[in-house]
Design a protein around this ligand. Structure first.
Ligand SMILES: Nc1nc2c(ncn2[C@@H]2O[C@H](COP(=O)(O)OP(=O)(O)O)[C@@H](O)[C@H]2O)c(=O)[nH]1
Ligand SMILES: [Mg+2]
Length: 456
């Protein structure tokens, strides 16, 4: 994939399609003022920077609309180029007409993310900030919004820049030593190098470690509800949601397919999946297919809620569910809940992550909800400003981390080869630079920006 041309003039509707009170059409590029002047009246000859004017939109002699037009002179604009923003009435006909007038005036239709791509290429934003603009638009919960807005404001970039700066210094001092190839590095200096490399490694790891929670914050945490048939999984889903999403019945095997519902808990998005019960004696093919789907859902879960019916003695299905959940959930968190606590209980909850609840009365649900978003809350509570939410950033941080791990190991040796140490440093620096977009190849950029919406 190639990057689009960035020295021509582009136009796009910045607001969503369809009719609305207002719509915004944006032009950017060296010909933006000229293109706008070709259909605005009175034609603004030398519009002042950041001035808003009420102008007529004319198609020849015909009045199309009256619009508020804001002029930004590059480089002091979002894209860094001359930019015009036209706020017109949000009629699809007016929008289409203005778009056509802009095209006739020399602009071309913008592709996805082209405005932000220009902002990035003109140094208005670094790559992490530009990527976060896309996440900000997509953010559907308070947590996702907070992670995105701090990244747009440069929190992640600053942390990465900080680590980079310390490594650049280290490399410079090491390179001085390289020129002195006959002299060994004094032990004291090696010790100092080792400490600084270890500090950079710790910071890199800390950033990377936030990714697990960060991804959950951005995309929503996937929580799968599993357990034996009739334990009250569907009832629990309904009780959590506060409305009857899933069918509930005294008959075992009511839920056959997996069923998803999203809920915002304390500002964090949680996606619940109700599944078919894990039956030790599954009879029908349909039931077995339901169990197969349940197993697939558990494999993709961030957390698994294992429900058991506390009003009866442990059954073969309970044991099967316990074994299956522990096996399939692998890296995911397993939370065991004993349901139907409104009835006399035949089992006692033991250990951590084991809760007594009643889907019927709602008892114990606040505790379960709190447990589900505890990680995300902790991420914010720890004062983390920079939250890594992108798999691309995580991969680069992990790669930088392994270079730095190798480097610290090297510095622990008696006579560390300076050339090899410098290699690891350069490797780590490359990865960090790629996060900021300083060394990102064109395909990477094209891939990032094509996921944006048109007009952003
Ligand atoms: N007393 C009581 N009954 C419950 C509770 N939760 C579910 N049930 C009942 O248990 C039966 C099975 O519930 P359901 O949600 O369909 O279980 P599932 O098969 O695990 O999805 C239904 O008759 C529910 O009304 C609870 O907390 N207390
Ligand atoms: Mg069910």
């Amino acid at each position: 994939m190639k990057l689009p041309e960035t020295n021509d003039t582009i136009v796009a509707q910045a607001t969503p399609p369809g009719a609305g009170a207002l719509a915004v059409i944006r032009l950017s590029g060296p010909g933006a003022f000229g293109a706008a002047a070709s259909f605005l009246s009175p034609a603004p000859a030398e519009p002042a920077h950041r001035s808003a004017r009420m102008l007529a939109v004319k198609d020849g002699a015909r009045l199309v609309d009256r619009a508020v037009v804001v002029f930004y002179r590059g480089p002091a604009s979002y894209t860094g180029q001359d930019t015009v923003e036209i706020s017109c009435h949000g009629s699809p006909y007016i929008i289409r007409t203005i778009m056509n007038l802009a095209l006739r005036g020399g602009a071309r239709p913008a592709g996805p993310g082209e405005f932000t791509l220009r902002a990035f290429l003109n140094g208005k934003l670094d790559l992490t900030q530009a990527e976060a603009v896309g996440e900000l638009i997509a953010a559907g919960s308070a947590g996702a919004h907070r992670a995105a807005i701090t990244q747009v404001e440069g929190a992640v970039s600053q942390r990465v820049r900080g680590i980079k700066a310390s490594l650049v210094n280290l490399l410079a001092e090491l390179e001085v030593r390289l020129d002195d190839s006959y002299e060994e590095i004094p032990a004291l200096q090696i010790k100092d190098f080792a400490l600084r490399a270890a500090a950079a490694l710790a910071e890199t790891r800390e950033l990377a470690d936030g990714f697990e929670a960060g991804r959950g914050i951005k995309e929503g945490t996937r929580v799968v509800i599993t357990g034996a048939p009739n334990s009250g999984k569907s009832s629990l889903l309904n009780a959590l949601l506060g409305y009857d999403r899933a069918m509930v019945s005294r008959e075992a095997g009511t839920t056959r397919d997996t069923l998803e519902a999203e809920l915002e808990l304390d500002g964090f998005s949680v996606i619940f999946t109700d599944t078919a019960g894990l039956n030790a004696r599954a009879a029908s093919r349909l039931e077995r297919e339901g169990m197969r789907r349940a197993a697939k859902a558990i494999e993709r879960a961030d957390a698994v809620v294992l429900v058991s019916d506390g009003s009866v003695e442990e059954t073969a299905s309970d044991r099967k569910a316990e074994k299956e959940a522990a096996r399939l959930a692998a890296g995911a968190r397993l939370i065991r809940v004993i349901n139907k606590a409104d009835l006399p209980l035949k089992r006692t909850p033991r250990g951590k992550d084991r809760l007594k609840i009643s889907a019927k009365t709602g008892a114990g649900l606040p505790g379960l909800k709190a447990l589900l978003v505890a990680e995300q809350k902790k991420t914010f509570r720890d004062g983390a400003q920079a939250i890594v939410t992108s798999a691309r950033h995580f991969a680069a941080l992990a790669a930088a981390g392994s270079e730095l791990t190798a480097l610290t190991a090297l510095f622990r040796k008696k006579n560390p080869p300076a050339e090899l140490a410098a290699e690891h440093l350069r490797g780590a620096l490359n990865e960090l630079a790629a996060i900021l977009g300083e060394t990102a190849p064109e395909e990477v950029l094209a891939d990032i920006f094509c996921k944006f919406c048109v007009g952003k």
